[in-house]
Ligand binder design. Structure first.
Ligand SMILES: [Mn+2]
Length: 263
């Protein structure tokens, strides 16, 4: 099974660099890494180019900056991918060194996976960005709200994993999520009606569930740290949340404005 990691980004190369560092040190390397770039400037391109010698099969998906269009650039990246299984994360996330390995061990036909995120505080985030080096265990221990279930890797606990075969996908984190490419193609990918911040990941996974794909919610596994930043502009949030509710209520599977245009 070939694994692709997709990292969304927008004009924050300092954070993206830490994310890329956390890929370099993975115990199991992904077969492909795609930066889903929602229209960043040249600095981001330069950074990605500088990591091409350190990360195997590092690719750059980019479109013109016309405002926040995460769903659209994710679709473009999925189309570009040549792998069977896709993991999504964001530029502001640092992956534990077992992250890709955990996904490769937990991937299961008929399910998508999601994990959690541990929020790093502002002070630690600023320090990491300044020194361009990943946090050590001591810093993580001191500067996060300690949460064993989401922060300790323990394989003997994996048999307690929750599997949901119906209901709501609410609570899926797009920054720590994995799915089979064929499953997401079957529902026509992300819904590009999402423009501006919103729950496009929950809406996509809701349609996966509506199509009979279960949700495997993993603990003690796929550990991920999220760097601090102020909350993004949420001016389209009401409309976007309505799209998620609609997908749930009307059991929508296929969206016309998805990865393949049908109109
Ligand atoms: Mn974030």
């Amino acid at each position: 099974m070939k694994i692709c990691l997709i990292i969304t980004t927008y004009n924050w190369p300092e954070a993206l660099e830490l994310s890329l560092q956390s890929i370099v040190r993975q115990k199991k390397q992904p077969d492909e890494v795609i930066i889903a770039d929602d229209g960043s400037r040249q600095e981001t391109r330069d950074l990605i180019n500088s990591y091409k010698s350190k990360i195997k099969n590092l690719k750059h998906a980019w479109h013109e900056d016309t405002g926040y269009q995460r769903a659209k650039i994710l679709n473009k990246s999925i189309m570009m991918s040549e792998s069977d299984f896709i993991i999504t994360t964001d530029q502001d996330c640092i992956l534990d060194k077992n992250f890709i390995l955990d996904y490769s061990l937990q991937a299961e036909e008929g399910f998508y996976i999601s994990g959690y995120r541990i929020n790093l505080r502002e002070r630690l985030t600023k320090r990491l960005v300044r020194r361009k080096r990943l946090p050590n265990l001591h810093e993580i221990f001191v500067e996060t709200k300690w949460n064993v279930k989401h922060q300790i890797r323990a394989r003997f606990m994996w048999n307690r994993t929750n599997r949901y075969i119906s209901g709501s996908s609410n609570g899926t984190y797009g920054c720590n999520m994995g799915f089979f490419k064929k499953d997401v193609m079957a529902i026509n990918g992300y819904n590009e009606d999402f423009v501006g911040w919103g729950p496009e990941d929950s809406e996509m996974t809701q349609r996966l569930m509506n199509n009979g794909i279960g949700w495997k919610r993993v603990y003690y596994s796929a550990i991920l740290y999220h760097m601090y930043h102020p909350i993004l502009c949420r001016k389209n949030a009401d409309f976007n949340i309505m799209l998620l509710r609609k997908a749930f209520k009307e059991k929508i599977i296929f969206v016309p404005n998805g990865i393949l245009k049908t109109a």
